[in-house]
Ligand binder design. Structure first.
Ligand SMILES: [Zn+2]
Length: 367
């Protein structure tokens, strides 16, 4: 007799199964939440205290171009915010305390963050006393200013070449408001000749760290800084951190990545370079290929440096204020492992839900 038997199955049995089903539903919901929130939960937040913030997030990523938002990046974390050819700050990043460098009693113009004025003044004074007077060639640059600068270089040299000496917007330490391109007090561009060999340049290389400034792109460190040697470009990180970096022998990028950076950098996907500038359709944006059609330039033809090789010492040094990223790897544009995990998790959870529903009229038991 079909009817009584159905009643038996769906009567008392239903009550007994109600609890397990509710538990199953709850577990399913929790699993969904855990899967969806997975990457956020796994991304550690950086506490205010520097000591507490120290953490390593894995090996330093190989040099390549990408557009991953860096972390930490609050204005209070100015000392430990890392930007490079991969990590960036948003367009809206504009420090709230920018002041004129003249407040530090140093020659030149531009703005830096108020937090570094005292040490910038001390640096300038000490250099002057050592007979190595300093001036400021360039300091804070907004996202839009950097974009215009980069586009200008692209228009003049082509994208491939421009990328060798100009940072894409969002990726420049100058946008942080704590980077300074120095020159000698007597004037003259530091980008011509080897400023590192001048009195001021030599003094800075040896002493700047004692005042909280570190050379971001030292000679011979292309493979880890992803930029050519820039004797004039210094970043202020404060005296304590500068001392620690100096003692460690690490570059800014290595040190910040190993100790403070919490951004998760996905592996390279092989996708094309992100586009920023006027389309350079001639060359399939492959940074490993030296652009053959660089405009008339006094410098010799650029050596197509192979990926991650040591710095091409004989390479041309373009007269530019921005670092030149090495032609390396390929950027990411596709799905990160976390995103893939989330996607798979959601699909599995949905399949499980559908299976439950299909097995029996489940909504009534759970809702
Ligand atoms: Zn610079």
């Amino acid at each position: 007799m079909p009817i009584p038997s159905r009643r038996r199955r769906h009567g008392p049995a239903r009550r007994r199964r109600g609890l397990p089903l509710r538990l199953a539903g709850g577990a399913l919901a929790l699993a969904l939440i855990a899967v969806v929130a997975g990457p956020a939960v796994r991304t550690p937040l950086v506490p205010d205290g520097l000591a507490d913030a120290a953490r390593a997030m894995g090996p330093l990523p190989a040099c390549r171009y990408d557009d991953v938002l860096t972390s930490p990046r609050s204005y209070g974390h100015w000392a430990v915010t890392l930007v490079d050819t991969i990590l960036r700050v948003p367009r809206t990043y504009e420090p709230p305390d920018l002041v004129s460098v003249s407040q530090a009693g140093i020659e030149g113009s531009g703005k830096v963050r108020q937090v570094m004025i005292v040490d910038l003044a001390a640096l300038a004074e000490a250099a002057r006393e050592a007979g190595a007077g300093l001036g400021v060639q360039s300091a804070y640059r907004s996202y839009d200013k950097q974009r215009a600068t980069f586009r200008d270089w692209v228009a003049r040299y082509g994208r491939e070449e421009a990328l060798r000496f100009s940072a894409r917007p969002g990726h420049s330490e100058h946008q942080l408001g704590v980077a300074v391109d120095f020159r000698s007090e007597s004037g003259g561009s530091p980008f011509e000749g080897d400023w590192g060999e001048t009195k001021a340049g030599t003094w800075m290389a040896a002493n700047a760290w004692q005042y909280g400034f570190v050379m971001s792109y030292p000679k011979g460190k292309l493979a880890v800084t992803c930029y050519e040697y820039e004797s004039w470009h210094f970043r202020y990180v404060g005296r304590e951190l500068a001392g620690a970096m100096h003692d460690s022998g690490q570059t800014v990028r290595e040190f910040l990545w190993a100790n403070f950076t919490t951004a998760v950098v996905p592996p390279p996907s092989g996708a094309p370079l992100p586009t920023y500038a006027p389309t350079e359709s001639a060359v399939p944006s492959d940074p490993a290929t030296a652009s053959p059609e660089v405009t008339p330039d006094p410098t010799p033809a650029p050596t197509p440096a192979p990926t991650a090789s040591p710095e091409p010492t004989a390479s041309p040094s373009p007269p530019a204020p921005e670092p030149s990223p090495p032609p390396v790897g390929s950027p990411v544009g596709a799905i990160s492992p976390e995103a893939a995990a989330v996607g798979i998790g959601v699909i599995l959870a949905l399949i499980a839900a559908v299976a439950l529903v299909a097995r029996r009229g489940w909504f009534g038991a759970v809702l």
